[in-house]
Design a protein around this ligand. Structure first.
Ligand SMILES: [Fe+2]
Length: 404
């Protein structure tokens, strides 16, 4: 029970963690990009404003003359209108001191932007020698002017933007829209992953269940108890030589494991009979591929394999059963299982005869209406079978039921 819950819990946590961290990095990336754009906008607004203030007020002979005469109050009276013209500007001052080397110089003082202006005449040839003007703007006002409520000033953690203004995005990872998107994506991915997990678990469970039935059934005929597993490994070996894809190999393996499951529908006295079957018994025996296919059809996970098991006794010259198909109409997987089945039957232990040596078995098989291309592949590579390592997903390579 604990193990059954562990995988879904891990899937839920891993998905939420992955989606949230992806969102975090996307968020950081988008914010960085936005601050880059904001940086340009901020600089432009500050420079345009400073330039407009300079040209409108501080390159003005009337104000210049008052400044040169030392009448700072008179000069201020002319300049105080700036606050009405430019609402972002909080205060204006005319002070004594060395003028800035440029028309204006912008500096940041905490969260305040301080813009110092030189005071010049109309033609900008003469500069008042010991006087300068200052306008102060709150940086947050500028930010809200450009992008209302999207950013804040943070002198400790903010990223330095235009003229060093430290900016942080107000949007957080856990804002309501982000939580909604993270939840929807997580639920969708968790649903897909768990569907896949349960489908796979159910496939394995059905597989183990059917395998156990085959094992129990084969116990009635001790000598061939591992027949299906041997056929499946042989089929897998041939499928690998034919370069089957992973999924096709899995299908082949499962079909080979279950190819004779229909024998549970045949009377035991016919299955265990060591002598020749009479015509009525033989006709009953020939029904086992049909029953195998019917059983697989009743499991959603295996129904696509039913044709493979249905035709595993068909032969190239149409002498097989149940439908007497010709070679070209028989599925390749059925032909492989047929070759593996005949070979295993010939070399395996049986109560009514001694096992045949593989080389004799191959000679016999060369005379049979089996697919001779597959027989030739098995003959050529038989020596490699001992070192063949089946894939990890093979359930019954070592007969696990014996160890129970
Ligand atoms: Fe069979």
């Amino acid at each position: 029970m604990k193990r059954k819950l562990l995988v879904p819990i891990l899937v839920v946590f891993a998905t939420i963690l992955t989606i949230t961290s992806s969102f975090y990095f996307i968020n950081v990336f988008i914010n960085e990009k936005n601050i880059d754009t904001l940086d340009h906008a901020l600089k432009s607004v500050i420079d345009l404003q400073a330039s407009a203030v300079y040209n409108g007020y501080f390159a003005w002979t009337k104000l210049y003359d008052l400044a040169v005469q030392g009448d700072l109050t008179g000069a201020y009276d002319l300049a105080k209108d700036i606050k009405n013209e430019f609402p972002l500007i909080d205060s204006v001052e005319i002070d004594q001191g060395p003028p800035p080397p440029e028309n204006y110089v912008v500096t940041l003082d905490g969260e305040l932007l301080r813009i110092e202006y030189a005071i010049r005449d109309d033609i900008e040839v003469n500069t008042a020698p010991d006087t300068y003007a200052v306008t102060i703007i709150q940086a947050i006002k500028l930010l809200n002017f450009i992008a209302p409520n999207e950013y804040r000033i943070d002198t400790a953690k903010g990223r330095k933007s235009a003229y060093g203004i430290p900016i942080v995005a107000r949007t957080t990872l856990f804002s309501a829209p982000n939580i909604l998107i993270i939840s929807v994506i997580s639920i969708l991915i968790i649903w897909i992953l768990l569907q896949r997990y349960y489908k796979k678990s159910s496939f394995n469970l059905d597989m183990r269940g059917l395998e156990s039935i085959i094992y129990l059934f084969e116990q009635t005929e001790k000598a061939s108890a591992s027949h299906s597993r041997n056929v499946a490994i042989l089929a897998l070996f041939i499928g690998k030589l034919l370069k089957f894809s992973r999924q096709r190999l899995k299908n082949l393996y499962v079909a080979a494991i279950l190819h004779d499951i229909g024998k549970i529908g045949i009377p035991t006295n016919i299955i265990t009979k060591t002598g020749k079957l009479d015509p009525r018994e033989y006709s009953q025996m020939k029904q086992h591929p049909v029953i195998s296919a019917r059983i697989l059809n009743s499991f959603k996970q295996f129904d696509r394999l039913s044709d493979i098991v249905l035709y595993h006794h068909e032969r190239e010259d149409s002498s097989g059963y149940p439908e007497g198909l010709k070679g070209k109409d028989i599925p390749l997987e059925s032909k492989i299982i047929a070759v593996a089945d005949v070979f295993e039957a010939l070399v395996g232990e049986r109560p009514y005869r001694n096992p045949i040596h593989p080389s004799s078995a191959f000679e016999k098989m060369k005379q049979m209406p089996l697919d001779q291309h597959i027989v030739a592949i098995l003959v050529e590579h038989y020596g490699e079978l001992g070192s063949f390592k089946p894939p990890k997903w093979v359930l019954s390579y070592s007969p696990w039921m014996f160890s129970a």
